[in-house]
Design a protein around this ligand. Structure first.
Ligand SMILES: NC(=O)c1ccc[n+]([C@@H]2O[C@H](COP(=O)([O-])OP(=O)(O)OC[C@H]3O[C@@H](n4cnc5c(N)ncnc54)[C@H](OP(=O)(O)O)[C@@H]3O)[C@@H](O)[C@H]2O)c1
Length: 280
């Protein structure tokens, strides 16, 4: 690893949302160069920043989207400025689509070294008392089963490469989430525990599995689900005095994915939350 990160802000316009991309400069993990990385949910937010960050390391990047094709195309175009990659589509709730997408990626890239299981979202703010069963199931399928399916179909390929997985949890998985996000929080807590279970099971194959656990990160997620007053209040309550950026999380993903930097770290979670939630 050379030097520290220098952030350079670049504004990009897109049809349905404004994406702010940052370029991580001077943060080079030499061992990541040439790795084949699949980033689920890279049409927006954290996944978009991650796909670009891995491309900047010289990785072949699989950019995945589901509903936001334009966002996926935008991510790929930016990634191609630095390295090679491809665009893939799948509903991460659907086992057949996930299996096909991973097969397609492996055919195009020639293998899989790093799986970033980032796709997910709060579907809607709904109290537990009023939640239909279908909504509960959908929240888990989107946020937890998606990570299970991706790992399951990636595993044979990761065994060949002694690769690694970085899952994406949430501070909500520690504290139960804000109003109407309790089931989303439970699904993310399941990701935290799945990470430990996978780390135990996959470790003998030389595969490391970790989770990044973001706090409040300023992405489309909170454009949809939080008022500007709430975001301001959370920033004030955060010891570092601000909310996070997608880039903050992408930098943690690079660290966990690098076997040079994190080669003896597995089953761990890395909180990226400015101190919003800390535990011993
Ligand atoms: N922002 C935060 O404060 C925060 C905090 C903790 C954890 N997280 C987690 O971080 C991850 C990224 O969130 P973000 O903040 O970057 O939100 P975002 O900008 O809304 O991005 C969400 C991504 O997930 C994809 N996705 C959602 N449902 C999907 C499905 N059924 N199948 C396939 N892809 C699906 C979206 O794809 P399409 O748009 O193409 O459908 C999009 O690429 C999520 O897992 C989220 O739960 C975020």
């Amino acid at each position: 690893m050379k030097k520290g990160p220098v952030l350079q802000k670049q504004k990009r316009e897109s049809g349905n949302f404004d994406a702010v991309l940052f370029v991580l400069k001077n943060m080079i993990y030499e061992d990541l160069k040439g790795k084949r990385v699949l980033v689920t949910g890279s049409s927006s937010g954290i996944g978009q920043a991650a796909a670009i960050a891995f491309a900047q390391q010289g990785c072949f990047v699989g950019v995945h989207y589901f509903r936001t094709k334009e966002g996926g195309e935008q991510t790929l175009a930016e990634a191609l400025r630095y390295s090679d990659g491809c665009l893939l589509r799948a509903d991460m709730r659907d086992p057949n689509q996930v299996e096909k997408m991973i097969g397609d990626f492996v055919r195009i890239a020639g293998g899989l070294d790093i799986l970033i299981s980032n796709a997910g979202t709060l579907l809607e703010r709904v109290d537990i008392a009023n939640m239909p069963l279908e909504h509960y199931e959908d929240e888990f399928a989107t946020n937890s089963r998606s990570a299970f399916l991706a790992a399951k179909y990636a595993l044979p390929h990761l065994k060949q490469s002694s690769g690694c997985i970085v899952n994406v949890g949430s501070v909500a998985g520690h504290n139960g989430g804000g109003g109407g996000s309790g089931v989303y929080a439970a699904a993310k807590a399941a990701v935290h525990v799945l990470t430990i279970a996978m780390a135990k099971e996959f470790g003998p194959f030389g595969i490391r599995v970790n989770t990044v656990v973001p706090g409040l990160i300023e992405t489309r997620f909170h454009q949809r689900f939080s008022t500007s007053e709430r975001k301001k209040k959370v920033a004030q309550e955060t010891p570092l005095g601000r909310n996070g950026t997608a880039q903050d999380v992408a930098a943690a993903m690079l660290f966990l994915a690098s076997s040079e930097a994190a080669g003896f770290i597995t089953g761990e979670y890395l909180a990226v939350n400015g101190g919003l939630y800390m535990r011993a």
